[in-house]
Design a protein around this ligand. Structure first.
Ligand SMILES: *[C@@H]1O[C@H](CO)[C@@H](O)[C@H](O)[C@H]1NC(C)=O
Length: 212
């Protein structure tokens, strides 16, 4: 009897470890079908070609002329159909001097972040109630990890552009930018809720809602 409970315990442990990642694949690959063409989940493997596993263009700098001074160029399954079902993805991040990649989370992925150019401040915050803030200044060649689901940010603190590559542990990591989600929801979250939640004046909440 004791042996059976032990077995069940080990089984439960291994099961939870498996459920903590994207599901494992059932075939070599499953290239995503372009929307509206065919009704199978995977593109017919006989017509799959090398280009289905290729994305070109990550050498091109993102346009950082915007209100935050940064640009994320994603390479997810929608940009690279061959990534479908493989459980990983990538992005290029460009940040102009003093620009920020605003606080956001990836609900489905851990992010491992490699600095190719520049100097930046990065950080992430743990869940309630501690809300511990881990922060670090990164230089070219540094690699930093943002654990799955946690709010994180980046800010260029140098005089040159920051270029970084992020690898993510999901083909579809998702991104929730805190300001946009809270103040820019459609339809909007009632300002009575936000006034109380953020302990701010209604005029400030209305202003924040207008800019997001
Ligand atoms: C970058 O974006 C800005 C603002 O949208 C635009 O005015 C500018 O032409 C863009 N630059 C390039 C090189 O595309």
């Amino acid at each position: 009897m004791a042996n059976i409970s032990l077995l069940l315990f080990v089984l439960a442990l291994s099961l939870s470890a498996v459920l903590a990642t994207d599901p494992s694949t059932l075939q070599d690959f499953c290239v995503a079908n372009p929307i509206g063409q065919g009704n199978s989940i995977c593109k017919d493997s006989k017509v799959v070609e090398a280009n289905d596993f290729l994305f070109s263009g990550l050498h091109i700098a993102g346009n950082t002329t915007n209100s935050v001074g940064s640009k994320v160029t994603p390479v997810f399954a929608s940009q690279l159909p061959g990534l479908n079902t493989l459980g990983i993805s990538m992005a290029r991040i460009d940040i102009a001097p003093w620009g920020v990649n605003p606080p956001h989370t990836h609900p489905r992925a851990t992010e491992i972040f490699t600095v190719l150019e520049g100097t930046l401040e990065v950080g992430f915050i743990t869940s309630n109630p501690e809300n511990r803030h881990f922060r670090k200044v990164l230089q070219k060649g540094d690699v930093f990890v943002f654990p799955i689901g946690l709010i994180h940010y980046q800010r260029n603190i140098g005089y040159n552009n920051v270029v970084a590559i992020a690898a993510l542990s999901s083909q579809n990591p998702g991104a929730i930018t805190i300001g946009n989600a809270v103040f820019g929801a459609t339809p909007e979250i009632s300002s009575e809720i936000l006034t109380k939640a953020f302990r701010l004046d209604k005029t400030i909440i209305n202003y924040l809602q207008s800019i997001f």
